[in-house]
Design a protein around this ligand. Sequence first.
Ligand SMILES: [Cu+2]
Length: 248
Amino acid sequence: MNGARKDTHAAGHSAVHDALGGLAVSAAGYTLQVGPKAFEVGREEAFGLRILDKAGRAVRDFDEQHGERMHLIVVRRDLVHYQHLHPSLDADGTWSVPLVLPEPGVYRAFADFSVGGESLTLSADLHVPGEMGLASLPDPTSVARADGYEVELDAGTPTAGAESALNFRITQEGQDVEDLEPYLGALGHLVALREGDLAFLHVHPTGGVGPEVTFHAVFPSMGRYRLFLQFAHLGRVCTAAFTWEVSP
Ligand SMILES: [Cu+2]
């Protein structure tokens, strides 16, 4: 579930973790194993994943990060159909969660977790056969609509390699939303994916009071990124997506 949680570590939390991850199925001695890898369009499957150590044993001891021990992000490779899920861990070290992939195409599944104090994002492709309507990345914009909310992004002019502040302001019918609810130990959750290779930047708020949520991120290179902001209000989690262009 994605409900409100008690903040465990928003204060003093490092603003930027791994600048870059999500490009490999194996890193730092850990390997991601997923199944099934092929889905039928729109049909719910029991999706499972395991993190194997160097000896091939399933890891069972994970650190809590942002109120959960495993964050699963699934997005189609053209950066549509974003999902953020929290699987549950079985006794044998398998994380499982019901998963529906809504349209044909190739999806990237990112397992974002921490073991022994080290944060890692490993990823694997999932396939949905069928005729795929390819979406082109929407043009960069500073306003996105999500479930009846309007979200405005002010990030100045981000430069590759330098820390950027990203400020989101959430309104509803022209009124500031001042009573944002905690989500994953903070006022919002942001995932940034780079166009082209889906490099994964996982950033968290460094502050914010409703209606504003602020993050810091380092964009590793010039180019376009898709930002997925999630926030909670009135017991619901909403997702707003932005295309953001980073200058050299
Ligand atoms: Cu999560």
